[in-house]
Design a protein around this ligand. Structure first.
Ligand code: HEC
Length: 201
């Protein structure tokens, strides 16, 4: 389901970018009449594509285990590009139109970067690592050794798997419980990440 959605999202993004590429080229080369014609012809298509692009994007966002910084940057860029594009094409302002096109392309590039980074790793190992980096490094540090505000050095933990899962689930002293913030699978994934990537390193 999510993969099919991802593919439709890419398709919408590509179509959206193509429409904007043509519009930007026409605007930059002062082909005003052609631009108007193109805008008229693609109006409905553009509405469908933009809606599909946003709807699949929002759906995918709700499916993410963790929202990474790169995702936030991407969303901000896309959101910024919309008013820029609207004003740019209405006022035939080349700078604004080019800028908005540039923002869309950059955010598209970012999406691919994030995907490439993921492709090499196993999903479980990756989400465990991502969750750890997002939620745990503040006290435990990237290598698990930081031990801030009384935290334990995770690289020397003696706890068995079940004990690690228990502490992440229910918390202990200054460490908060994560049973609300993370699913059981995510807790398993972070616990495995600690055991395979931090412990004994
Ligand atoms: C607010 C700081 C803080 C954050 C954030 C935090 N921890 Fe902790 N963690 C602690 C403290 C403090 C302890 C020691 C608790 C005790 O034994 O008194 C601890 C202990 C642990 C232990 C037990 C280690 C041992 O050998 O006893 C594990 C495992 C652990 N944390 C994992 C995590 C994971 C995974 C996350 C992210 C989901 C996380 N922690 C986030 C503060 C934090």
């Amino acid at each position: 389901m999510a993969t099919g959605m991802l593919h439709s999202h890419y398709l919408f993004v590509v179509l959206f970018t193509l429409i904007y590429l043509v519009k930007t080229i026409l605007l930059l080369s002062d082909k005003d009449e052609l631009l108007e014609k193109f805008k008229k012809k693609t109006k409905v298509v553009e509405m469908i594509v933009s809606f599909g692009f946003l709807a699949t994007g929002v759906f995918l966002l709700t499916q993410l285990p963790v929202v990474t910084t790169i995702m936030i940057v991407k969303i901000v860029l896309v959101v910024l590009s919309i008013p820029l594009a609207v004003i740019g094409y209405k006022k035939k302002n080349k700078v604004l139109a080019t800028l908005s096109f540039f923002l869309i392309v950059v955010s598209f590039g970012l999406a691919h970067k994030a995907k490439d980074a993921k492709a090499g790793e196993k999903t479980v190992a990756l989400s465990g690592k991502e969750i750890f980096e997002e939620k745990c490094t503040l006290c435990h540090g990237g290598d698990g050794k930081l031990a801030l505000s009384g935290a334990k050095d995770l690289s020397v933990t003696q706890l068995p798997h079940a004990g690690i899962v228990e502490i992440i689930t229910n918390g202990k002293n200054t460490m908060a419980a994560y049973k609300e913030a993370l699913t059981a699978e995510q807790i398993e994934a972070v616990a495995s990440y600690i055991e395979t990537d931090l412990k004994g390193k």
